[in-house]
Design a protein around this ligand. Sequence first.
Ligand SMILES: Cc1cc2nc3c(=O)[nH]c(=O)nc-3n(C[C@H](O)[C@H](O)[C@H](O)COP(=O)(O)OP(=O)(O)OC[C@H]3O[C@@H](n4cnc5c(N)ncnc54)[C@H](O)[C@@H]3O)c2cc1C
Length: 621
Amino acid sequence: MNGVLLGSSAALLHHAAPLAAAPGALPAPGPDWYGFGGVGDYAASHGNTPEVVARAHELRDGHYTPLPDGIIDTGEMFDAVIVGGGIAGLGAAMEFRHKSGPGKTCLLLENHPIWGGESKRNEFMVDDQLLIAPQGANGFSIPGVDEGEHASDDSRYYDAIGIPREFQYPQWNPDHKPLRFANDHYGYLYWIEHGADVGYYLGACCGAAPAINPWSRNLDNTNWTPAQREQLLRWRNDTRRPYDGDDFERWLDSMSYRQFVEQVMGLGRHVADYAGPILAGAVGLGSDAVSAYAAYAILFPGTINFYPPAVRDFSAYQRHSFPGGNDGFARHFVKKIIPGAIAGDDAFESVMNGRVQFDQLDLDGMPVRMRLGATVVAVEHAGVAQSSDTVNITYTRDGKLYRVRARGVVMASGGWVNRHVVRDLPDSYRAAYATFKHAPFLVANVAVRNWRFMYDLGITACRYDGDFGFSVNVRAPMQVGDYRPALDPDQPAVLSFYVPFIYPGEPALAQCSRGRAELFSTSYVDYEHRIIMQLRTLFGTAFNPQRDLAGIILNRWGHAYVVPEPGFYFGRGGQPAARDVVRQRHGRIAFGHSELRGNQHWGPAAAEGARAMAQVLDVAV
Ligand SMILES: Cc1cc2nc3c(=O)[nH]c(=O)nc-3n(C[C@H](O)[C@H](O)[C@H](O)COP(=O)(O)OP(=O)(O)OC[C@H]3O[C@@H](n4cnc5c(N)ncnc54)[C@H](O)[C@@H]3O)c2cc1C
């Protein structure tokens, strides 16, 4: 249906397994790497594009050092330039619009064919029905109103960009068996598992049939041993605060979540192993690699006991997901910054469903302009950073190198980029960035003509130990304007796999490199094969790829998440946290990316970008 490989699905069932990825070696993406991209404005930009990967590897390998001859000087001078069009870059652009005076100009340079970074969408057309799914960031909670001076970043941006507080979802047909659906692709794994019907196929479970909703049954339908069950339940239900000191945040940040679970809670290895992939879905790697504070920040078992009782009660907790996940936030930011960027007015359904007006993004005379497909390869003060009044920015686009100038620059890109691009970066920043590790991630959206193979089992989500990923679900799709996909087991839907790459026991850096090698060396066809085999393993012959599968889009993120290891938040050995070094302005260049929060999230991403822009405006405008 969607143009690729459908005829070959049966053959793929007999396809050879992919070659093992060689750790350390990052092969260049071959012609069979990117695969099908769907339809619509995002079709050419799903995950990192081959073009973006190629330019990034050139940067890493010193291809632009020294800068080659033949750079085209555009002659443009901006008050500010922003590198990166994810939510942090958009937050910086919004700050510029609010805080700079009339006549001031800003240019945002983004290397992908469309803005949004990890907050973008995929679109499928299946049997004449449009289906939209997230490429990465996918869920949010509606913040409270009037949160005053302690308002969260989400809360401060939510109303400012015009996000509604009520959403519509399709009614479940009362003639069908009762089923509960998650609204997003994450909450059902722990926080709001009571909102979905989840089948567990974990190693110790009962043969071919999943254990359905085992947590609401004290795990009595699983094959975990009584001792394992007791420990897993204690992990979830223990309400003791395990430490009395006021410095409990630093204390949590001094250990990994595995140490917390095993040494503080006194639980067995299987508990932290179970938690690992869920943690990795939020912070890149699992229990052994990440700080217990990262777990605390997402209200994880054990650490949650440092919060007041009201926060610990998830019974009324709700998550939502726009059709394309957090692309909904990115689109609202863009509409505020460049009103002509999306066709139509600023009503919610127009911003969400309007076509992108690519020819309106980079017009002379606009306060903020956006140049897409532009990879920045060098940013450097003209002269000494502390006394210079200009920054030179060099970018590559369509095979040519260009230079623009600015009074100040916000690097809304991550540390793995910045340490190569900012040429006069002081050693202290280099040392700080050298401690950052970035984990890869894969989001595979699988459009199916029906999902009866799940309905018949009485589930809408599952968690498993498998060859591909660890969980998959079908969301209740948010309805927006004319976008009203069905919620029916015999109608098309998208199954989304959120796939971390974790290798417990290996050092964090080795886990990141090994995962990236696997992500980059596996062809589209090999992933298609593994996805089909995974669905066959879960659902047997009830899933028939030739009949049921309509298209697969892979969204590969080479550096999806910074890994907040112990010490990431508060530093170690009396030294400041590396992220606080990076947060200082360097001459006319400031750094603002969600990675500086450790737990990457849409509101804080925008706030980091805005903070960096405010630092730049202090000196530049
Ligand atoms: C799988 C996944 C699920 C997530 N789920 C959620 C969720 O449910 N809710 C939530 O709030 N957050 C979620 N997040 C976190 C998400 O990362 C943040 O919310 C936010 O979207 C990050 O924005 P950012 O701008 O900081 O970074 P990015 O999205 O990384 O944006 C940076 C941009 O800069 C561009 N860039 C980099 N280098 C250059 C260069 N040299 N020149 C030009 N451009 C460059 C990049 O290509 C990118 O577009 C998720 C993340 C992932 C990976």
